[in-house]
Design a protein around this ligand. Structure first.
Ligand code: ZN
Length: 172
């Protein structure tokens, strides 16, 4: 998931990315379960890599990734690093990330993410992983899915964000 590359200089924060969805008026539904399957601290790059699966009406779960940026880590709980993260049998403490000032790169395998968000997230450096194949619109009869050209999250990533808030990893 983490490639050797220079760290991204992201200038949209997490709340901007969540708001993309509101802006376009999509709803978060109720019939899904999004489960966090991994939280991997990567102190060398100040990142916390969160993986999740989202189960819904589709036959296979969608795979989600969220790479939280500028996270501080400590071996013991401190005022700046109050959140315990367990990974591979070891525990480490990390700082919280703020919705308003924190940044994250995101990805989901669902169609909505690909068609609506992947290009604009990539442009804003909030896409994690390789850029997705370019999508060429086949018709201009329908309005563009992301006519505001904003970065954003699909409903699965929004649910993951909510879960990370419940875990106090994200605040605000
Ligand atoms: Zn999705």
């Amino acid at each position: 998931m983490i490639q050797s590359r220079s760290l991204p200089n992201i200038n949209v924060n997490l709340s901007d990315v969540v708001k993309g969805k509101d802006l376009l008026g999509h709803q978060v539904g109720q019939k899904r379960v999004t489960k966090i399957v991994g939280t991997v601290p990567t102190p060398a790059s100040d990142q916390l890599v969160v993986s999740a699966l989202s189960y819904g009406s589709q036959s296979r779960p969608y795979t989600l990734s969220m790479v939280l940026q500028n996270i501080k880590f400590a071996d013991t709980r401190t005022a700046n690093c109050p959140i315990k993260i367990s990974s591979s049998g070891k525990s480490i403490y990390c700082s919280q990330i703020s919705m308003n000032t924190g940044t994250a790169q995101v990805r989901c395998t669902c169609q909505d993410f690909y068609f609506t968000w992947s290009h604009w997230n990539n442009k804003n450096k909030v896409l994690t992983g390789p850029s997705m194949p370019k999508y060429n619109r086949k018709t201009t009869n329908w309005p563009e899915r992301n006519s505001a050209h904003v970065p954003g999250m699909c409903k699965h990533l929004i649910e993951l964000t909510q879960k990370l808030k419940q875990l106090n990893i994200i605040r605000g």
